[in-house]
Ligand binder design. Structure first.
Ligand code: MN
Length: 499
């Protein structure tokens, strides 16, 4: 998985020569101190790199070009300690291809009431210097994040943390490769989409590989390698007796292990960051990848079933964004409802492929019939999921644009045992309530497939959508269905005008 500290966000401070060397030295010293403090903060996952103060259009243009060209740079954070006439920024900002965060902060937290003089006023001008910069970025219609607040303020750090994580996910998508084994599940609409547009908009490519190419690799996995992985399964999970060595279904476990090893080899060899499969195209494969998809997701690969490449890519990006945080991110599907008026719930699951990163406790490794697809019984991990706040996110192709849809939910602890349901599952309540949350999702055209996240919030996804320049709709605690319907209608016009 990706190490976020290897990625850089550049801290760029704007000024001008008018102030003279003494003030500019102070500007540089303060900027350095703020950058170092952000870099050292345990709340900020990436490296914050101090850059010398930019004072001319040439210096601004140069740092933007340099940021574009540095592959480890995932974005720039700018701050106008003093006034930096914003016409100087036009050329640089026009060239800038990396995400932009405008940190509207100030070196001193408090006004030094007893000692404040015009020298102090001259130096500490971000209250108006940042407004000049804000005008230019608004005038240029630039997507960016604005964080306002003191640089030691915990909320500022939280917002910067969210933006840097979104930028890391965005960075990871650029030139990312996703493999589809087989095409789309036949006749399904929402999993389809414009892969050319996606590559232009999101930076990742999606290509299909014949299932035979994968099967050939799976068939090359030796029995000894499969036995080694099967032993790891036995050590890691609560293995059903029939799957143990000598058990009547042990050969199915070996088959599952071969599928995982073959898939992982294929993905690593082709430098892929995720994949899709479909139960309708498993020619030559004995079982649908269950435990393989679950474990590969846990290793950081994006995955979605039924050829759903948009969700597979989103799962990957969200895994990168959540890297190092407690909790996990998984492919998910809204499966069935509990409409008890006193306790309304969604049961989320999939046929098999829920990532073990969201498991509460040690999963059990079981084998059961699938009841669809006509293949051999697949091996899968079965587990419950912990209670707590979470989100569901989905990318859909609206024909003229991509829409990222997010629903804030709260997962609840399982109340009942589900002895006859042999899949990993989650129970959650959508915000603002079951009726509004579900109706809003349907009105927005959200997919049945999502990425379920325990460690990201809607703000991560909003920042991410801004970086991509795509629509983002959030269904959360304050969602009002009347307003939400209007937002969809207004967005329709906005994206028509903006395309
Ligand atoms: Mn599905």
């Amino acid at each position: 998985m990706i190490i976020l500290k290897d990625l850089e966000v550049w801290f760029v401070t704007g000024s001008q020569h008018l102030y003279g060397p003494e003030t500019l030295n102070q500007v540089a010293a303060h900027a350095q101190e703020i950058a170092a403090s952000l870099h050292d903060s345990p709340r900020i996952p990436v490296s914050i790199v101090f850059k010398p103060t930019v004072k001319t259009a040439e210096e601004i243009t140069a740092v933007c070009q340099e940021a574009n060209n540095r592959s480890s740079c995932i974005g720039i954070m700018v701050w106008m300690h003093t006034f930096s006439p914003a016409k100087m920024w036009i050329r640089g900002l026009k060239l800038l291809q990396k995400p932009l965060l405008h940190f509207h902060t100030q070196y001193n937290r408090d006004i030094p009431w007893g000692t404040i003089d015009m020298d102090f006023m001259n130096l500490n001008q971000s209250a108006h210097g940042d407004r000049e910069f804000g005008f230019m970025t608004s005038r240029m219609r630039m997507g960016r994040k604005v964080v306002a607040g003191h640089w030691q303020d915990i909320q500022s750090l939280e917002q910067i943390d969210q933006w840097t994580r979104a930028a890391a996910g965005w960075h990871d998508w650029q030139n990312a490769r996703f493999a589809r084994f087989g095409d789309n599940m036949r006749n399904v609409a929402v999993t389809e989409g414009d892969k050319v547009e996606a590559e232009m908009k999101f930076g990742y490519s999606v290509n299909t590989y014949g299932i035979g190419d994968l099967v050939r690799i799976i068939n090359q996995v030796s029995d000894a390698e499969a036995e080694r992985l099967a032993a790891e399964y036995a050590d890691t999970y609560i293995l059903s007796p029939a799957l143990h060595k000598g058990g009547e279904k042990h050969s199915s476990l070996l088959e599952a292990a071969k599928i995982e090893l073959g898939l992982e080899f294929f993905l690593r060899d082709g430098n892929f960051k995720g994949f899709t499969d479909t139960f309708e195209d498993l020619h030559g494969m004995t079982q649908l990848p269950g435990i393989a998809a679950q474990r590969l997701m846990n290793k950081g690969y994006g995955f979605a079933g039924e050829g759903d490449w948009k969700t597979a890519a989103l799962v990957r990006a969200m895994k990168v964004m959540g890297s190092g945080l407690k909790g996990g991110n998984s492919f998910m599907e809204d499966y069935t409802y509990h409409f008890d008026p006193n306790n309304q719930l969604v049961l989320g699951s999939h046929m098999l492929e829920i990532c073990e990163s969201i498991a509460d406790g040690r999963p059990s490794c079981e084998i059961h019939p699938l009841g669809i697809g006509g293949k051999a019984d697949p091996v899968r991990l079965v587990f419950n999921t912990a209670a707590g706040p979470a989100i569901n996110a989905s990318v859909i192709d609206m024909g003229n644009r991509f829409r990222l849809l997010v629903n804030e939910v709260v997962a609840v602890a399982p109340v009942y045992a589900l002895p006859k349901l042999p899949v990993a599952r989650v129970l959650w309540k959508p915000y603002p309530d079951m009726k509004t949350g579900c109706a809003a999702w349907i009105l927005a055209g959200g997919a049945h497939h999502t990425c379920y996240s325990q460690n990201l919030q809607a703000e991560h996804l909003q920042d991410f959508a801004d970086m991509a320049g795509v629509e983002c709709l959030v269904i959360g605690k304050k969602t009002d269905i009347y307003q939400f319907r209007n937002e969809i209608r207004w967005n329709e016009v906005y994206y028509q005008l903006n395309s």
